[in-house]
Write a protein that binds this ligand. Sequence first.
Ligand code: CMP
Length: 137
Amino acid sequence: MEQTLSIIKPDAVAKGVIGKILDRFESNGLKIAAMKKVQLSRQDAEAFYAVHAARPFFNDLVDFMVSGPVVVTVLEGENAVLKNRDLMGATNPKEAAPGTIRADFAENIDANAVHGSDSLENARNEIAFFFSGREIS
Ligand code: CMP
């Protein structure tokens, strides 16, 4: 069993597709072990995406992530990290396979509907960033 972190980003929350995205997880064997809706501060978004601080898209990414509330979940299941990445599709929705979350709900590479941890180690760190142990079950 693995756990991974998912963020339903401001574009998908604003569009009213939280439920449709959660259904993709639950219908594909990923259990929602923790969940909350959060308005990130600038400091939150900068810290969460610190690994991208030197990238040219960093400021736009932070601006976007604080533009409205997000829904953060811990997903649990067999191969949860990879499974979630398969369900999300490619970072750029134009390259995302048909039937993936980003192909179906994302606008562009910035407003790309969801974030998902890219490794087990990052998943552990990202889960700890948002949730305490007692919030996960
Ligand atoms: P996410 O999985 O949340 O991780 C970092 C985000 O930066 C990514 O999704 C995209 O929304 C955004 N981003 C914008 N431009 C790029 C890019 N050229 N490469 C990777 N990520 C990008």
